[in-house]
Design a protein around this ligand. Structure first.
Ligand code: GLN
Length: 426
C-alpha cells in the first residue's frame, strides 16, 4: 500500500460471480463498512466500527467485488487536497511531491498507483472530480438521487453523491452501473429509467461524439491557469476533429457559486456534526458533572482545524438574525445557478470546462490559506448546487507534466451523454 492512500487496509474478499468478481475496489473512509473501521479521516471516529454496510457497499459485495480497504480523505470530506486528514496526507502517484486533490484523494491515489482497479469517492463540491483530475484518472459525480447515500456519513446531504473513480471512462461507467438505482433506505433516490433516462452507462462509452453540441461556459475557463487553459482548448480541438461542435454559453450566476456552496455546505455540516459529542459518537469523556465542558472537550480534541472552522461558520450562518442574510441568500443563488445550467443545457448536449482551474498544488502549499483552497472549487461546486451529473477525464498535461482534467456536465440523469463525451478523450 503506497502513498498513504489508505487509512485502514483491511481486505474484504469478493465472490466468484457478478460483474465485479475479478475486480478490486477501494472505498472512501466515510462510507460505512460492517465490521471494518470507518473514520471519515477524523480522530473523532478513530475507533468507530459501523454495525452495517452502506447500500453501495452491499451492491459491491453482491457484484462480487473485493474491497481493498478504506481510503484516506480530508476530514469529513472538508478539503481539496486530502491534507486535512487526521491520518496524514496522501501523495499524488501521478505527480510526486504534489497533493492528490481531495477530498477523495486516497481513492484516486489507490487507482492511479494501480493498487486498486476501481474506487468509490464522494462528491459534495468536487471531491470525486478534483482528485480524478489531479491524479490523471476518471471520476463521475452522478445526478443527485441516482446513487443511494444510505450509510454515507453525511457532510452536506443536499449536495453530495457517491461516485466511481477508475482508470478509464468505461470502467467508471461499469462501476456506476453497479451502485446506481433506487434504494428504499434513501428516500431521495430516484429510478433514472423511470425518468426516461438511458441507464446503459458502460455501453455509452463508445467515443462517438459525431454531431455532439458542446457548450463552453467562458466563466469557467477564463480564470484558470494558462497551462490549464491551453490543455483545455487542445482537448476541445480533439473533440471537434472527431465530429463534435462547440459554442460559447453564459453562466453568469457561477460567479456566486463558491460563496453559496460554502454557506450551504458549512450550514449542513454544522448540523450533521452535532452528533459527534462523546455520547452518541466519539470518545466518551470522563464525565465530571459539567455537560457543556465535557461536550466541548470531546469536540476540541476530536475535530481538526478545518472542521472547527466550518462548524463555527455554519452555526453562525444559521443563527437567528443572520439566517436571512446568509443561508437564504445562498439558497437563492443556488436556484439561480440551477436555472442558468438548464438554459445552457437547452442549447447543448454537454458543457465542458477544465475540472480544476489549477494543476495539483505542492504538498503543504495550501493548508495555511483556506480561502485560496475554497476558490479552487470554482468549476466543480456549481454542478452540485444544480444537482447535475459531471465527469472528469484526463485532458493532457501541463508543460511540467502535471495532469489536467476536463469536466463535462450533462442534464439531470444524462449520465450517458457525459460518459460518451468523456470516452472520446480518455
Ligand atoms: N473542497 C470542497 C469542500 O471542501 C468539496 C469537498 C467535497 O466534495 N467533499 O467542501
Amino acid at each position: 500500500m503506497s502513498h498513504n492512500a489508505y487509512i485502514t487496509d483491511e481486505r474484504i474478499a469478493g465472490g466468484d460471480d457478478g460483474p465485479l468478481a475479478d475486480r478490486t475496489v477501494a472505498v472512501k473512509d466515510n462510507i460505512s463498512t460492517e465490521g471494518v473501521r470507518t473514520t471519515c479521516g477524523s480522530a473523532m471516529l478513530d475507533e468507530y466500527v459501523p454495525p452495517y454496510d452502506a447500500t453501495v457497499v452491499d451492491r459491491l459485495k453482491s457484484a462480487g467485488a473485493t474491497i481493498t480497504g478504506k481510503t484516506n480523505m480530508d476530514e469529513f470530506g472538508m478539503g481539496t487536497t486530502t491534507e486535512t486528514s487526521a491520518f496524514g496526507p496522501t501523495e499524488n502517484p501521478a505527480a510526486p511531491g504534489h497533493v492528490p486533490g481531495g477530498s477523495s484523494g486516497g481513492s484516486a491515489a489507490a487507482v492511479a498507483s494501480g493498487d486498486a482497479d476501481l474506487a468509490l469517492g464522494t462528491d459534495t463540491g468536487g471531491s470525486v472530480r478534483c482528485p480524478a483530475a489531479f491524479c490523471g484518472v476518471v471520476g463521475i459525480k452522478p445526478t443527485y438521487g441516482l446513487v443511494s447515500r444510505y450509510g454515507l456519513i453525511a457532510y452536506a446531504n443536499s449536495l453530495e453523491q457517491i461516485g466511481p473513480i477508475a482508470p478509464s471512462v468505461e470502467e467508471a461507467a461499469e462501476l456506476l452501473e453497479v451502485i446506481a438505482g433506487p434504494d428504499e433506505h434513501d428516500a431521495t433516490t430516484r429510478d433514472a429509467a423511470e425518468e426516461g433516462a438511458d441507464t446503459d452507462y458502460a455501453a455509452a462509452a463508445d467515443g462517438d461524439v459525431e454531431g455532439m453540441q458542446i457548450g463552453i461556459p467562458t466563466e469557467l475557463v477564463e480564470g484558470a491557469d494558462e497551462d490549464v487553459v491551453e490543455t483545455f482548448w487542445d482537448a476541445i480541438d480533439d473533440l471537434e476533429a472527431q465530429g463534435a461542435s462547440s459554442h460559447e454559453v453564459d453562466l453568469p450566476s457561477v460567479e456566486h457559486a463558491v460563496e453559496a456552496y460554502y454557506v450551504i455546505a458549512m450550514s449542513e455540516a454544522s448540523s450533521n456534526l452535532a452528533r459527534f459529542d462523546g455520547v452518541r459518537y466519539g470518545p466518551s469523556p470522563d464525565y465530571e458533572g459539567n455537560w457543556n465542558e465535557e461536550f466541548a472537550g470531546v469536540r476540541e480534541a476530536g475535530f481538526g482545524e478545518e472542521v472547527k472552522r466550518r462548524v463555527l461558520l455554519g452555526t453562525y450562518a444559521l443563527s437567528a438574525g443572520y439566517h436571512d442574510k446568509y443561508y437564504k441568500k445562498a439558497q437563492d443563488a443556488r436556484a439561480w445557478v440551477k436555472q442558468d445550467f438548464d438554459e445552457a443545457l437547452a442549447e447543448a448536449d454537454v458543457l465542458a470546462s477544465p475540472t480544476m482551474p489549477v494543476p495539483p498544488m505542492e504538498m503543504g502549499e495550501s493548508l495555511s490559506d483556506p480561502l485560496t483552497m475554497y476558490l479552487a472549487d470554482a468549476n466543480t461546486t456549481p454542478v452540485n448546487l444544480a444537482n447535475l451529473p459531471a465527469i472528469s477525464v484526463p485532458a493532457g498535461e501541463t508543460d511540467d507534466g502535471l495532469p489536467v482534467g476536463m469536466q463535462f456536465v450533462g442534464p439531470a440523469f444524462g449520465e450517458t451523454e457525459i460518459i460518451r463525451a468523456g470516452s472520446a478523450l480518455a
